[in-house]
Ligand binder design. Structure first.
Ligand code: T4K
Length: 392
């Protein structure tokens, strides 16, 4: 391994895709000239574009996805004290979004291959106290939305999806966004489609959309009356300007990510214990995240060691998602409430996954070099490093 970092500049996971900066500046100028700075015409245009992409009748843009999940849950009638089943293997925001509004996340194990909820596992943790199911399309790979909807119907509870990673991917050939009662996208700076910070609730249900829209604006409905409890979750015109600009390069970014996925798969072929996570066969994938799994028992080296070695070479990989939700506070201290069953697949995944840089700024030769670092680290395998306790 070279003494000096292989890369002069750090390579990040989640480097924002900006699109044409000239277009962005023009949109910001337009907002300044019109003196319409938030929840204005650009937000409306952004909502129309997102609804079109998701194939849904309605889109309500929000300041981020965390609050979007809260609005969607409240608009579905999920109240403080209610229990909602969700995967243990996701970014902690999914769990915290619920907890912050007093809803109790109950963690369910995920399928090891897809890293998503599957109905068989969900049914095992359903109790009379269950008031909802919140699936997550982890790394943009679709949950089995059809069978989950049948299960939710059978138990008469709403089904929602945290689609933070999922715009541009499909399930049974249809864009993610149109499944369950509502789905929630994230447009955080690190997402491949970004609006600085931002999110959106998408749905085909007109009443639900109207409730979310009111809740986003202090509970005020279209006719100006306060009809419900609400918050301030509005998207700004600046955020929408970035979102619209970022939409201009979305297809290019997805193409680049797809090619990068192939390069990593080829580059890591034959490295014992290391696999590149795949996407759903037959579906369109946005390849939002490039995630490898390192099985220490085969590779002879733990994921944390590879993370550390890459860091020294200026490749800033991220341990998405580690720890699993039930392994962090406040959930860890209350397993009776949050983790009624064991969660072996979520724990195994959290112990093995490592997100690597992707996106249009990463080229084939960068990927070849990153793969070389990983290959050499496995070849020189020593004792597994002790586990850390921080996320990412
Ligand atoms: N559900 C799921 C499944 C999610 O993954 C997320 C968020 C949510 C819900 C909630 O969505 P939002 O409420 O955020 O809309 C990041 C993001 O903050 C978070 O949005 C994302 N998931 C999560 C997976 O990753 P961190 O703490 O790892 O990110 P951060 O800010 O340290 O950035 C990661 C790397 O990206 C940095 O090392 C450098 C690079 N970066 C970041 C920013 C912000 C840049 O190059 N430029 C930038 O402007 O959480």
């Amino acid at each position: 391994m070279p003494e000096l970092p292989m890369f002069d500049e750090p390579l990040h996971v989640g480097r924002p895709n900006i699109g044409d900066p000239g277009e962005l500046r023009k949109r910001i100028d337009d907002a300044l000239t019109s003196r319409w700075l938030t929840a204005g015409p650009m937000v409306k245009e952004f909502e129309e574009r997102i609804a079109e992409l998701a194939g849904t009748a309605h889109c309500v843009a929000t300041c981020n996805a965390t609050v979007g999940i809260q609005l969607a849950a409240r608009a579905c009638g999920i109240e403080p004290g209610d229990e909602v089943i969700m995967p243990a293997f996701t970014w902690v925001a999914t769990a915290h979004a619920l907890s912050w509004i007093g809803v109790v996340p109950v963690f369910c194990d995920v399928d090891e291959e897809s890293a998503n909820l599957v109905p068989e596992a969900v049914e095992k943790v359903i109790t009379p106290a269950t008031r909802g199911i919140l699936g997550v399309h982890v790394f943009g790979r679709p949950c089995p939305a059809g069978p989950l909807a049948e299960l939710a119907d059978r138990y008469d509870v709403p089904l929602l999806f945290d689609a933070a990673h999922a715009i541009g991917s499909t399930y049974r050939g249809r864009p993610l966004g149109g499944f369950g009662a509502a789905e929630v996208f994230s447009f955080h700076a690190t997402k491949f489609l970004n609006s600085f910070e931002g999110g959106a609730v998408v749905t085909d249900d007109a009443d639900l959309a109207a409730t979310v829209r009111a809740m986003r604006n202090f509970g005020i409905t279209e006719d100006g009356t306060v009809a419900t409890v609400g918050t301030n979750a509005k998207m700004t015109e600046g955020a929408a300007a970035m979102g619209l600009t970022s939409l201009g390069v979305m297809e290019t970014v997805m193409d680049a990510n797809r090619v990068n996925h192939e390069c990593y798969t080829e580059g890591l072929a034959g490295v014992p214990g290391v696999v590149v996570r795949s996407q759903e066969p037959g579906e369109r994938a946005n390849h939002q995240y490039l995630v490898i799994e390192i099985d220490a028992s085969v590779a002879g080296v733990h994921r944390d060691r590879v993370h550390e070695v890459l860091g020294r070479q200026n490749v800033l990989s991220r341990r998405y998602f580690y720890p699993a939700c039930h392994q962090v506070e406040p959930y860890r201290s209350n397993p009776e409430r949050h983790a009624p069953q064991s969660l072996p697949n979520s724990e195994a995944l959290a112990d093995r996954v490592l997100a690597l840089p992707t996106g249009p700024t990463i080229g084939a030769s960068d990927i070849a070099d990153i793969c070389t670092i990983i290959r050499l680290t496995v070849e020189a395998a020593g004792d597994p490093a002790p586990h850390g306790t921080t996320t990412g």
